[in-house]
Design a protein around this ligand. Structure first.
Ligand SMILES: Cc1ncc(C[n+]2csc(CCOP(=O)(O)OP(=O)(O)O)c2C)c(N)n1
Ligand code: SF4
Ligand SMILES: [Mg+2]
Length: 763
């Protein structure tokens, strides 16, 4: 390629250092240099690393950003709004579902005119779930009133973060800004980059934070976000529209200032060899870089080709695009998103409408949706795009104005059942080995054979899933399912258990399996339960059909999905919710969850001079769920199979006869607990014997401890458990006594309370 996307060598100006970094790293470095007041965040691939790196730098004492791990993106965006309303400089990073889950908050932020910065590592929107990169998420933000900048490489992520904030905070703009870069292509690929050597250079460039109408001045009380009907609301939106205009007008000046400072220039539209271009492609972000290489090749063959790629899409630089296409005979607008049924994705229509405003313009437009789900875009693909434009230019007509590019005919082979393990029969699964009987005192008696006898029952999850060696999820799940008779339908919330057991076209599940969004499994399963009973009642399903409905969730799923789970319990749907607690968000790379205990090290609760692991105590999910007054709540671990089987049998009976059941099962995660695979059972045993994770049940409101280590002399200090894991070893070192004491006190406080509840049926 002849011309670099942005000049990397500053001629003058402050000292810059050369690095080799990813887009996520550049996002984190810019955040650290800006020294935001607050970062409210929630992890989601591929943007998670941004918060992880900012937290790592925090632990090392490199900045003062207050890191607030939210319970979901909706809350993360709420945290950001509140912090911005307090006059803070605020940062967030997300992707895909994370953006959609907070979408509702975005117009609130822009409608109240509080600037902030949101970095978006773009990713395909579910469903089906796909973690790779396209632009379907950022397209949802187009109508939210946020400024949207497009960063095509890691350098642009850094630069546009600084530019975006300057534009966003201008007194005549005051709008929040998204900087969007391609998930994985940019978020994870390293490039040669420059960053300012001194943080002060960045802070001086931004200047002091804009003093907005803020919520922290009691002498000047203000009402933020009043109820507003017509005729005022339209005025509010009109002002927002004017702010967009102001941002577009200010952009060239801000960019010119930044060029003087850094040597790198970001005009509203990046034009590559467009001066005399006859054919062109319009592409966003990394794909545009690929197309530039192809332009050089075509130019060598005498084809006057060019690429245009906007650095900003909100406000949409219609004028610059119109000017750039003035002499172009055909342009192909390629988009990594669709607007189903609209005969072209959104920017296709915006480009077309920009051209329509020029009566002289004769450019032919082709629109192609490409690269969905992270499908790669190679030089050959750019070549094909140019071939289509050349064909249109030669014929002076467009044969197929809109189409998908890169769609393949399905493989008929895949339509045939793949074989593997056959479906389970009801007879196989109805063994009569486990019996449940109600007792006169209202509790249940369970009669079960020794655990080894239950081994004759086929497994409901087939071998061959992709869990890490030593992972406790499936052994624990298998033990639990052995206590359940008959047919089971499972719903998995997003998490390791889901990710490692399905991958189109394969599945490890021998029973019917359903996946819904990370946070909404309980709601979906309650719908399924209700339609099941109604269809049986209407005679649409055979009388006597019986199914046990089981939701499997991680501990993280019970942070973001807590509302949905509590809702299902309060509505008393007959189903079991089973949480496997591995004390963190493990499939996204071990970030803290609210079930992560105090002081534990995760990738968002680092250990360093300025931070000692997670800053607050673990969530007592079982007690929260018990407070819904559901008929049965229990805890369990893999190391006590008889206990877990008995609890499973009770869970099934209560789900079928009385309502919702909740179970929390502690399982080992050797990968992220940093332990050897073979010591998993020893660790959960120590968690139980230290009374960190007591085994108990709350049956129709009455608490019973089902295993008490104290009378049998097995109680061990909490440190005996913590020293077994790499993630907590630091808590057993000199200098961390205070944190260890806090953990011990909290464990003891909760244990004594549980014992009191065990001893007093009215508690
Ligand atoms: C709205 C939304 N936010 C974030 C994510 C990303 N995400 C998927 S699974 C997961 C963590 C799951 O943690 P947990 O439930 O504890 O299961 P584990 O991975 O530990 O098995 C996260 C953060 C998502 N899919 N959707
Ligand atoms: S990361 Fe942990 S929980 Fe996930 S599959 Fe691996 S061991 Fe199991
Ligand atoms: Mg987890």
């Amino acid at each position: 390629m002849v011309v670099a996307p942005a000049r990397l060598k500053p001629r003058t100006g402050p000292h810059q250092i050369v690095g080799f970094r990813t887009g996520n790293e550049m996002a984190a470095i810019s955040a650290k240099q800006i020294n935001f007041h607050v970062m409210g965040y929630y992890p989601i691939t591929p943007s998670t690393e941004v918060a992880e790196l900012v937290d790592e730098m925090k632990a090392a004492g490199e900045h003062n950003i207050v890191m607030v791990p939210a319970d979901g993106e909706h809350s993360a965006a709420g945290i950001c709004f509140g912090a911005a309303a307090g006059g803070g400089r605020v940062f967030n990073a997300t992707s895909s579902q994370g953006l959609l889950y907070q979408l509702e908050e975005l117009p609130v932020q822009s409608g109240t005119r509080y600037p902030m910065l949101l970095d978006l590592a773009t990713r395909t929107v579910s469903g089906p779930l796909d973690i790779r990169g396209d632009h379907s998420d950022v397209y949802y933000a187009l109508n939210t009133g946020w400024l949207i900048f497009m960063a095509r490489d890691p350098q642009a992520v850094y630069d546009l973060n600084l530019i975006a904030l300057r534009v966003a905070e201008r007194a005549d703009v005051r709008l929040p800004a998204i900087v969007a870069f391609d998930g994985f292509f940019t978020s994870h690929q390293k490039r040669r980059v420059l960053t300012f050597a001194e943080d002060d250079t960045v802070r001086e460039w931004l200047g002091p934070v804009l003093e907005p109408v803020k919520a922290l001045d009691p002498r000047h009380p203000v009402t933020i976000g009043p109820y507003m009907n017509d005729p005022d609301l339209i005025n509010n939106k009109y002002q927002l529209e004017r702010a967009m205009d102001a941002a577009l007008a200010a952009f060239p000046d801000v960019v010119a200032e930044y060029e003087a400072l850094s040597g790198r220039c970001y005009p509203p539209v990046d034009l590559y060899r467009m001066d005399d271009a006859e054919v062109a492609v319009f592409l966003l972000n990394s794909a545009a870089q690929t197309a530039k290489d192809v332009v050089d090749r075509l130019r060598a063959e005498g084809v006057r080709a060019g690429v245009l790629s906007p650095n900003v899409i909100r406000p949409f630089p219609a004028g610059a695009i119109r000017d750039a296409l003035r002499g172009v005979r055909a342009v192909l607008i390629g988009e990594r998103s669709s607007s189903y049924g609209a005969h072209g994705a959104t920017l296709t229509h915006e480009v077309k409408s920009a051209l329509k405003d020029d009566p002289e313009n004769r450019t032919l437009c082709l629109s192609r949706v490409y690269g969905l789900g992270g499908r790669d875009f190679y030089p050959e693909d750019a070549e094909e795009f140019f071939r289509l434009t050349l064909q249109a230019a030669q014929r002076d007509t467009v044969d197929v104005p809109f189409d998908y590019y890169g769609v393949e005919a399905g493989d008929p082979e895949k339509l045939r059942p793949l074989g593997g393990t056959p479906p389970l029969t009801r007879e196989e699964m109805t063994t009569g080995l486990v019996k449940v009987r109600p007792r006169p005192d209202g509790r249940l008696d369970v009669e079960a054979p020794p655990y080894w006898e239950l081994a004759t029952k086929p497994k409901r999850v087939a071998p061959g899933h992709g869990a890490c060696p030593g992972c406790g999820i499936f052994p624990a799940l298998d033990q639990f399912l052995r206590g359940i008779e008959g047919d089971v339908v499972v719903l998995y919330q997003t998490g390791c258990a889901m990710v490692v057991s399905t991958g189109y076209p394969y599945s490890s599940h021998r029973v019917t399996y359903l996946h819904n969004l990370f946070q909404n499994g309980a709601a979906a399963l309650s719908g399924l339960v209700e339609v099941f009973h109604e269809r049986v009642r209407r005679g649409e399903l055979p009388a006597g059909t019986d199914i046990t409905f089981l939701m499997v969730t991680g501990d993280g799923g019970m942070d973001i999905g807590m509302g949905s789970a509590i809702g299902a319990a309060l509505r008393v749907h007959g189903m079991i919710m089973l949480e496997y607690d591995n004390q963190g968000y493990m499939n996204t790379g071990s970030q803290l969850s609210y079930s992560t205990p105090l002081g534990h090290m995760t990738s968002t609760s680092h250990v360093g001079p300025a931070e000692l692991g997670k800053a607050f105590h673990h969530k007592d999910t079982a007690q929260i769920m018990a407070a819904t007054n559901m008929p049965y709540v229990f805890t369990g671990v893999e190391g006590y199979p008889d206990d877990l089987v008995a609890k499973a049998a009770k869970a099934q009976w209560y789900a079928q006869n009385q309502g919702t059941v909740y179970g929390k099962v502690l399982i080992t995660c050797p990968l992220n607990w940093k332990t050897e695979e073979r010591v998993g059972v020893e660790i959960v045993q120590a968690a139980v014997d230290s009374c960190f994770f007591p085994l108990y049940e709350v049956e129709r409101g009455i608490t019973h401890i089902t295993y008490d280590p104290e009378p049998i002399g097995r109680r061990v200090p909490v440190a005996d458990w913590l020293k077994l894991m790499g993630k907590t070893k630091h808590l057993c070192q000199p200098g961390t006594e205070a944190t260890l004491a806090l953990i011990e006190d909290e464990v003891q406080r909760r244990w004594l309370r549980l014992k009191a509840m065990n001893d007093h049926p009215l508690l």
